[in-house]
Structure formats: structure tokens, C-alpha cells
Design a protein around this ligand. Structure first.
Ligand SMILES: [Zn+2]
Length: 371
């Protein structure tokens, strides 16, 4: 990954690049930032910059053999270590294939996402065990393959627990030209002995504007949708990715079913749907409702503007047209305001299940009066 592919964080990039150029890069860095921030992306871009055989003043070239190997996570002198669910006998390398696949796709995932990929048994919690620490020591004591520096990118050192002593000693007295990048989320869970031996790089969470730009760039979302998701994900790129990748078609379908159930006064169906919506969780539910709002908004516009071109997926367009011909403007407007209000309350921790059921009753009332 090149620095140019890391969103924002310009001042940190500048500092890192300056220290590489001045030959003053600390040998042990701690990239500390909240979930969904650019900490792993920065560590990857820095490593690539260090190894690049043709770096510019601002970035690695992205094309030399080192850059390509680091991008594909296959450089023999760049090692990765991360919590795994392989039990006491497992090491990170057992999961390197899955790790490469995930990291090349997305650098903002959290430990739960990662554990879900590696754990055969849901109850297995990820860990950085003593066997892994020994493996790190062996790898870093060997001669480098390509005659250059050796690096370790250690993701989530919070999971080291008691196993860290041997590693700490290595960080304190590192072999020649060895770089450590520790990538962590929670400073409280880190041993003071780790923080005191590393140079801290604090990685802030992303702004809404940066999240919006990321979504437009990576997923080609339209600006309005990107803005909605950016707002809901609160600067957490991982949450943003999850929101985009959650099956939106299902949401459109669920919204359609819900509107029809309210319209046809089918309370049994309303109750089942309220259950499913509740199960989405607070953030997804807000997204589901916000998505519903855009369907209503499009209906209003289609109703009032001649030859209006509906901005929605093809399969939603028929529903929007039908909606705007079945219901009158004030009914749609009222429903819009009520859904909006429920989003507001759900953000403020209202009981989602009750809020949705009440909302369904209000919508049903609007629809009945419309008939
Ligand atoms: Zn290069």
C-alpha cells in the first residue's frame, strides 16, 4: 500500500517520511488508533516506503519488486503477527493465507471480523500465544533474505498478555536493521512496558468528510448515500464498510414488505418485521430507516416533478412509482417525518423494538386515512 492510498492523516505521513529520509526512523513504533482508523494502513505504507527501491519525496513507487511483494504481503523480510484462534499449538502463519486475503481487501477490520474468518469454533477467542512469540524471535534472528531490513508488523499486541517478556527484550535490544510496527486499538490493554519501549504514533479517527470520500472512491457510492453512511459510521471505516456491504437489496425488500404490511393492516407481519429490524442492531437499523427515507423522498419528488428521473436501483424504481401513485403527498410527508423522528430516538438509545412497532402503527394510520 502506498501513502497516497491511505486516506487523510497527512501530517503523520509527512513526519514518518521525514524520519525515513533523515535515517531517524525509530525501530519500534506503536500505531495507536480507534477501530476503523488508518493505523494498519499507515504501518503498511510506511513499511513499503522503507523497502521501496525507487521512493519519491512523498511516496513509495508502488511498482518495484519490493513494493509489489509488500502489497501482496509476500515480502520474505516483512513478517506479520496477529492474534489467532489456533489454540496453544497454533501460530499466525497457519492463518497467513486468510490474513493476506483480508488485508489486501480492507485494512480497517476489527478483531471480531478477523476471528470470524479464522475460528472454526465460535467460542474460541483469539490469542497471541507463547509459540507465536517464539516464532517471531526465530524469524527476526535469521539473516534477512534480501539483504535489507527485517520488519515485523504486529497487529493487536493487546492480545499478548503474559507472553510479551521475550518480545519486549527483543524490542529493547533489537538485531541490526529491524523494525517493529505495533498496531493497537486500546492503550489500556497494553502493558506499560510495551508503550514505554515504543514511539507512539497516535492515529485519530476519520472525519465524516474523509469517510464520505473513502466510500465514494472505494464503492462508487453516490454522494448522498455516502454522506448517510459516513454520518452513521462516525469516522469508523470498518463500520462504513460493513454498512455498505450489508445486503442492501434485502433492506429495500424488507422496507417494501414493511410498507405493504402497514398498508394492508397485517399486524402479524408487522410484528415479525419489527423483530427482524430490531435484530439488525442499532447502527444497521438506522441505516435501514435512512434508506427507507430516501425511498419516500424519491416518491415525493416523482409525484411533484414532471418527468422526474428516480435516483434508485432499478428494482426499487417500480416500488417508488407505485408508492407515489398510491399515497398522497401529505401522507408521504407525514410518514417521512415520523420515520425521521424514530431514527433520532434510536440514536439516543430508545428501545428499538417498541419504537418500530409504534412507528408501524402510525404509518398504518397514515395509510388508512389516505385511502
Ligand atoms: Zn517501490
Amino acid at each position: 500500500m502506498q501513502f497516497s492510498q491511505v486516506y487523510g492523516l497527512e501530517s503523520i505521513k509527512k513526519k514518518l517520511i521525514a524520519s525515513v529520509k533523515a535515517n531517524r526512523l525509530p525501530h519500534a513504533l506503536l500505531f495507536l488508533g480507534p477501530e476503523g482508523s488508518g493505523k494498519l494502513a499507515l504501518a503498511s505504507a510506511l513499511t513499503q516506503y522503507v523497502y521501496c527501491s525507487n521512493p519519491s519525496d512523498t511516496d513509495s513507487c508502488g511498482e518495484c519488486s519490493s513494493c509489489r511483494k509488500i502489497t501482496s504481503l509476500t515480502h520474505p523480510d516483512v513478517h506479520y503477527s496477529f492474534p489467532h484462534t489456533g489454540g496453544a499449538e497454533g501460530i499466525s502463519d497457519d492463518f497467513i493465507v486468510q490474513w493476506r486475503e483480508l488485508v489486501t481487501k480492507n485494512k480497517y477490520f476489527n478483531i471480531t471480523n478477523w476471528a470470524a474468518i479464522t475460528a472454526k469454533d465460535e467460542n474460541k477467542s483469539p490469542n497471541l500465544n507463547i509459540k507465536e512469540v517464539r516464532k517471531i524471535l526465530t524469524k527476526l534472528s535469521l539473516k534477512s533474505y534480501e539483504g535489507e531490513a527485517k520488519s515485523l508488523i504486529l497487529w493487536m499486541p493487546e492480545y499478548l498478555q503474559g507472553q510479551s517478556n521475550a518480545l519486549l527484550k527483543l524490542i529493547e535490544e533489537p538485531p541490526q536493521k529491524t523494525y517493529f510496527s505495533l498496531v493497537a486499538e486500546n492503550s489500556d490493554a497494553l502493558l506499560a512496558t510495551i508503550t514505554s519501549r515504543t514511539q507512539l504514533i497516535k492515529v485519530p479517527k476519520y472525519t465524516e468528510a474523509e469517510t464520505q470520500e473513502f466510500l465514494i472512491d472505494k464503492y462508487a457510492l453516490d454522494p448522498q448515500k455516502a454522506e448517510q453512511i459516513a454520518y452513521l459510521s462516525e469516522g469508523n471505516f470498518n463500520k462504513a464498510v460493513e454498512l455498505v456491504e450489508s445486503v442492501e437489496d434485502n433492506y429495500a425488500e424488507m422496507f417494501r414488505d414493511w410498507m405493504l404490511a402497514c398498508y394492508s393492516n397485517n399486524l402479524g407481519k408487522v410484528s415479525t418485521l419489527a423483530d427482524s429490524m430490531h435484530k439488525l442492531g442499532r447502527v444497521q437499523l438506522q441505516y435501514f430507516l435512512t434508506n427507507g427515507l430516501s425511498i419516500l423522498r424519491e416518491s415525493m419528488l416523482y409525484q411533484t416533478i414532471d418527468n422526474y428521473e428516480i435516483k434508485a436501483e432499478k428494482d426499487q424504481q417500480d416500488f417508488i412509482k407505485k408508492f407515489s401513485t398510491t399515497l398522497n403527498a401529505s401522507c408521504i410527508e407525514k410518514s417521512y417525518a415520523q420515520i425521521n423522528e424514530v431514527i433520532y430516538h434510536i440514536q439516543r438509545n430508545a428501545n428499538a423494538k417498541i419504537a418500530i412497532f409504534n412507528l408501524s402503527l402510525q404509518l398504518r394510520y397514515n395509510f388508512v386515512r389516505n385511502k
